[in-house]
Write a protein that binds this ligand. Sequence first.
Ligand SMILES: Cc1ncc(C[n+]2csc(CCOP(=O)(O)OP(=O)(O)O)c2C)c(N)n1
Ligand code: SF4
Length: 200
Amino acid sequence: MRKDLNNIQWCPGCWDYLILGAIRKWLEELWIASKDTVIVSGIGCSGKISQYINAYAAETLHWRSLPFWTGVKLANPNLKVICIWGDWDWYWIGLGHFMHACRRNIDITYLVLDNENYALTTGQTSPTTPHGIKTKSSKLWNPSNPFNPVKLAESAGCSFTREIDSKNIVAMREAIKEAIMHEWFAHLNIKQACPSWKFW
Ligand SMILES: Cc1ncc(C[n+]2csc(CCOP(=O)(O)OP(=O)(O)O)c2C)c(N)n1
Ligand code: SF4
């Protein structure tokens, strides 16, 4: 477990701050002790969040988190495991793992910080970028339709799947609380403003 949290390295005005605040709040208010909590994240702006929460933490490989957190949960089912990822990570290279995670229904809280772009690598098109949008990697427009993450999860039998916009702060906080308290696999897609790269 980390003794000192790393300095936050997000851009000023990033809405990840609000999501971080909500997670910290519920861990404290629901009396989930740091020693009983494991935060598993990927790579990206979203992935840095595991450095900022007072708990056991692992910033694992892109899309290869499922074996990691399955192992954590199997080793100690009493741990509260919260996984936090970006939209590219889980709906692009991690899509196969995402679908099987929904189907397996292991007790994990799964938060996707969906800013509709690859933010850490400076704003490329992701699987949730809307059709017709111009990005760094779609110079004219994005010719592809975006995924609907909730429908994807439902099709794999996910026991809790929801989408919420972080601009609706109260509802977003409540949704995070419900996802944390859900006893099986809980998938929450959080639409997140990224003032540096998301201009739509
Ligand atoms: C296997 C692999 N491919 C590509 C990269 C480069 N890379 C690092 S972060 C990133 C995009 C992350 O986007 P997302 O998951 O949406 O997270 P965000 O930064 O938007 O929070 C990419 C492509 C990498 N680190 N590893
Ligand atoms: S690039 Fe976007 S998602 Fe990343 S820290 Fe900056 S505002 Fe947040």
